[in-house]
Ligand binder design. Structure first.
Ligand SMILES: C[S@@+](CC[C@H](N)C(=O)[O-])C[C@H]1O[C@@H](n2cnc3c(N)ncnc32)[C@H](O)[C@@H]1O
Length: 238
């Protein structure tokens, strides 16, 4: 099953939700952009770009930006948001990606790696497309919180289903839940070195607009980020 089908169905209501919502606008994006740092003059790939909020930030930061998503509807929204500012194409996290070896300084993948069926294979593609010394920065759902929400064994690797309630109605969204050790091993087995594991705190801007979410996220993590490095001397693992 293609997990982007849910995003095709959500369409504009996902765009509306992510534009100013607590978890996207005041938690994931500020923390990810801080982790990515300055991008002026760099070649950046936004993997699973969704409706293009990161594209907008990266272009404004002076990066040369390319992007892909599985969902034609998300691509349409992203193109509407940034026009000709980025090359955006349809591609899947579950397939070889249509970019040459060593094309990018940074691969950014926000809130999407948990949709990839084989995360190791996806990280191998991210590693291949990076120049030596390049970085891959990802965010995903925090495994401890997902386990507390879903139950079962923390150590299971399991396809879970959430029901999202957006303005456009209810939508089932499936994602992979796995323990932290597995999330890290998928990246390091692909050749990456972990520079930093980040458990972000909500931005101050969330406090007034979303006080309940703000209070909860100060005590219980929602997302997890990995800042990964392709060492300058590292080749593709055999
Ligand atoms: C939560 S959204 C995140 C969008 C964007 N990165 C952001 O943070 O604003 C997840 C995105 O992953 C895309 N997606 C899901 N499964 C995918 C897959 N297998 N290959 C490519 N894109 C996928 C969806 O279409 C959706 O745009």
């Amino acid at each position: 099953m293609d997990h982007w089908a849910a995003y095709d169905a959500m369409g504009q209501s996902f765009d509306d939700h992510a534009a100013g919502g607590a978890y996207n606008a005041h938690y994931d994006r500020p923390a990810m952009l801080a982790a990515v740092g300055k991008v002026a003059g760099l070649d950046v790939l936004d993997a699973a770009c969704g409706p293009g909020f990161y594209l907008q930030e990266l272009i404004e930061g002076g990066a040369r930006v390319r992007a892909f998503d599985g969902s034609e509807e998300m691509i349409r929204l992203a193109r509407h948001r940034v026009g000709e500012g980025a090359e955006i194409r349809q591609a899947s996290l579950d397939q070889p990606l249509p970019y040459c070896d060593g094309s990018f300084d940074i691969v950014l993948c926000a809130l999407a790696i948990h949709y990839a069926a084989d995360r190791r294979a996806t990280y191998r593609e991210f590693f291949r497309m990076l120049r030596p010394g390049g970085r891959c920065v990802i965010s995903t759902q925090h495994p401890a919180t997902d386990w507390l929400r879903k139950g079962g064994s923390y150590f299971d690797v399991v396809l879970e289903t959430d029901t999202w309630r957006l303005d456009g109605g209810e939508q089932e969204v499936q994602f992979w839940r796995e323990p932290l050790s597995e999330t890290c091993a998928a990246a390091t087995d692909a050749g990456f070195v972990i520079r930093q594991v980040i458990e972000p705190r909500p931005a101050e801007s969330m406090r007034e607009a979303w006080p309940d979410d703000y209070a909860q996220l100060l005590q219980r993590p929602g997302f997890l980020m990995l800042d990964l490095l392709r060492l300058p001397e590292a080749g593709i693992p055999g």
